[in-house]
Design a protein around this ligand. Structure first.
Ligand code: NAD
Ligand code: ZN
Length: 349
């Protein structure tokens, strides 16, 4: 079968012929119906060096996958060949406290995980291929009725990651509150929808690209702002008494956006860093409003994935997809880098 592989750090991916996987005991092979192209993959190709994460190329890209069960290994029960499924992408050890409650991204025994701190497409072979081997059937989540693999695929990361970040701040998103989404790309445009579907907050979307702001408006953002020097003041100006935003979600994570988030936050607010552009924010007691919580988030839990898939099946959250065949996957990443993808680029092999 064909697979899009990352051959090494600081290198471009290559479409190559590899052996088709078969399912060993407890494993599942999924026929891929959609594999999302995440900006994190661009960081892998261009920004990371050996040692940045506890695993290394080569491996098949694609950590955002859904499709149909193709091959069931011995001992796997509760799944049927042909059944539509999503792949929960973070693969922890399965037996530490974190994995037992379904938060594999925070596995505390990475040495016993199939890949330390990663998953398919992040150290092990992922879904940018005709088939993906999932090494433990617990990572295969049946799709609810009404959700197809193409739209389910982005929900496993571009949906799950913002959902986890937003859920963590739900108690601060009461009626009358304001949430800011910085960066309305693959994650951010789903983030806007999740805020609208699960909270009563007024949503302000910020991006450098007018097309991204148009997308945010389509999905119900109450106000959209071009990112610039004045944006923090504009956000404050749009909140009662100029008090600022209760929750800022930074889906970029650059110096400028972190600075913007800190300047736009309200006292007791949350500034949540999701984007991994490598920016830093110097913090001291007086540099942010009182009791602003500054936090990072990484991916989400298996129970949260089930909740996100439910939002997807009910049409409350629907990723905007731009599809590419596998032989145009390199082009999809080029367009993601250029900022010319609408919503999420999804490879359909
Ligand atoms: P994307 O390229 O689809 O979207 C990024 C958006 O940010 C684009 O719309 C772009 O125009 C906008 N942007 C860039 N610079 C900006 C600025 N200065 N001000 C405002 N907007 C700006 O990327 P994506 O796939 O949505 O990923 C977003 C980030 O999240 C990446 O850094 C990615 O690696 C990271 N990520 C983190 C996690 C996690 O678990 N923490 C998971 C997935 C992705
Ligand atoms: Zn674990």
């Amino acid at each position: 079968m064909r697979a899009l592989r990352l051959p090494g750090w600081k290198s471009e991916p290559e479409l190559v012929e590899v052996a088709e996987p078969t399912a060993g005991p407890g494993q599942v092979v999924v026929r891929i119906g959609g594999a999302g192209a995440c900006h994190s993959d661009l960081h892998l190709m261009h920004d990371f060096d050996a040692g940045a994460v506890p695993w290394n190329p080569p491996f098949t890209l694609g950590h955002e996958n859904a499709g149909w069960v193709h091959d069931l290994g011995a001992g796997v029960t509760g799944l049927e060949v042909g059944q539509p499924v999503a792949v929960y992408g973070a693969w922890g050890c399965g037996s530490c406290d974190r994995c037992r409650v379904g938060v594999d991204p925070y596995c505390e025994n990475p040495a016993a995980a199939p890949v330390p701190g990663g998953g398919g497409g992040l150290g092990l072979d992922g879904g940018m291929a005709e088939y993906e081997l999932v090494p433990d059937a617990r990572h295969v989540v049946p799709l609810p009725d009404g959700l197809d693999p193409l739209h389910a695929a982005p929900l496993t990361d571009a949906g799950l990651t913002p959902y986890h970040a937003i859920r963590r701040s739900w108690h601060k998103l009461a009626p009358g509150s304001t949430a800011v989404v910085i960066g309305v790309g693959g994650l951010g445009h789903v983030g806007v929808q999740i805020l609208k579907a699960t909270t009563a907050a007024r949503v302000i979307a910020v991006d450098t690209r007018p097309e991204a702001l148009k997308l945010a408006e389509e999905y119900g953002a109450d106000l959209t702002l071009r990112s610039g020097e004045e944006t923090a003041q504009e956000i404050r100006g749009a909140t009662p008494g100029g008090r600022g935003a209760d929750v800022v979600l930074d889906f970029v994570g650059a110096d400028a956006t972190l600075r913007l988030g800190a300047a736009a936050a309200r006292t007791l607010g949350d500034l949540t860093i999701v984007g991994i552009a490598g920016g830093t924010l110097p913090v001291s007691f007086f540099s942010v409003p009182y009791e602003v919580s500054i936090q990072t988030t990484y991916w989400g839990s298996r129970p949260e994935l089930i909740e996100v898939l439910d939002l997807g099946a009910r049409g409350l959250v629907r990723p905007k997809t731009t599809t590419f065949p596998l032989d145009q996957a390199v082009d999809a990443y080029r367009r993601l880098r250029d900022g010319s993808v609408e919503g999420r680029a999804v490879i359909v092999p």
